[in-house]
Design a protein around this ligand. Structure first.
Ligand code: C2E
Ligand code: CA
Ligand code: CA
Ligand code: CA
Length: 278
């Protein structure tokens, strides 16, 4: 190795060592995160583009680590998955989301709540029944709950994915395919598994005003979804201009910073009240 390459190698080694160390630390600390009340469930509004009214919210998990501060879910969810603690976290998320939803419904009786589940949750056959039990206890209509499954989640075992999704659907719970368009076999999933909602990934939405190819992709997806009797939720809507284009294409629902960033529950409730008045 030339001196300079050796330096790079060293830097690289240090980087990967640090990443590994951090992952190990996160995995160790995640075990206590629930009991120590370090998790928060934020909400990001979803707007019905046809009426500009509130459709619902997506529940998004936040971890306030005692030393590191807020750690992104993009970072800790994969760690929780490989450490085998995602099921426990999903249970916490589901329960918290439904308690919030119960509260929101007193002000907004048609508000929907979208909950993210991970590929690893598909191994848990009891999840749909657990969810239904909570819905019954809280007296919440199943049709006001949407389960978001990321496209890549179904890669492992599509039979298992189908079984669990069918359970949700039989209970009247809605299912959404998340990050649509980013996986390897989007169309195969749409063909094998029926979804109520297709969430177009933000990478196709964020530059919609300027990118003709993204316009074609969004327009075509919206047309196809309509023929499949599914709603399209566009994420990453950062401007009114983008909302306008999506509305022209016939997109039903928009989510993004243009409306609001994900907010802590109390702030979200205030946001809802203000939006209603405006
Ligand atoms: P996702 O499900 O695709 O969630 C959408 C992400 O896009 C959120 O990031 C949200 O804050 C962000 N976003 C929304 N609107 C905009 C926008 O206009 N512009 C930009 N640049 N970004 C926008 P977040 O909250 O950091 O979550 C990241 C990912 O972590 C989620 O992606 C999801 O895959 C995962 N995640 C979050 N909460 C949970 C959870 O409770 N359970 C599971 N299994 N995964 C979760
Ligand atoms: Ca999602
Ligand atoms: Ca998404
Ligand atoms: Ca995503």
């Amino acid at each position: 190795l030339a001196a300079n390459e050796a330096d790079h190698w060293h830097l690289y080694r240090n980087d990967t060592d640090n990443i590994m160390k951090k992952r190990l630390k996160l995995a160790a600390d995640l075990h206590q995160a629930i009991e120590n009340n370090e998790f928060y469930l934020y909400h990001q509004p979803q707007i019905d583009l046809r009426t500009n009214s509130i459709y619902g919210s997506e529940a998004l998990l936040r971890w306030d680590h005692p030393e590191l501060g807020f750690v992104s879910p993009e970072e800790f969810i994969p760690v929780a998955e490989s450490a085998g603690i995602i099921n426990e976290i999903t249970e916490w998320v589901v329960e918290q989301a439904l308690l919030h939803q119960k509260n929101i419904l007193t002000m907004f009786p048609n508000h929907k709540i979208s909950i993210n589940i991970s590929a690893r949750d598909l191994n848990k056959r009891e999840l749909p029944v657990q969810l239904l039990t909570l819905l019954t206890e809280l007296n919440i209509k199943p049709s006001l709950v949407v389960i978001e499954l990321t496209e890549s989640a179904t890669v492992g075992d599509s039979v298992k994915a189908k079984n669990i999704l069918d359970d949700f659907k039989e209970m009247g719970i809605k299912v959404a395919i998340d990050d649509y368009g980013t996986g390897y076999s989007s169309l195969a999933y749409l063909s094998q598994l029926g979804f109520h909602e297709i969430k177009i990934d933000k990478q196709f939405v964020m530059n919609l005003e300027h990118n003709k190819r993204d316009q074609t992709i969004c327009k075509t997806t919206i047309e196809m979804a309509s023929n499949l009797d599914a709603y399209v939720v566009a994420e990453g809507v950062e401007s009114e201009q983008i909302a306008k284009i999506l509305r022209q294409f016939g997109c039903e629902i928009a989510q993004g910073y243009h409306y609001s960033k994900p907010l802590p529950f109390v702030d979200y409730c205030q946001w809802l009240q203000r939006y209603k008045k405006s």
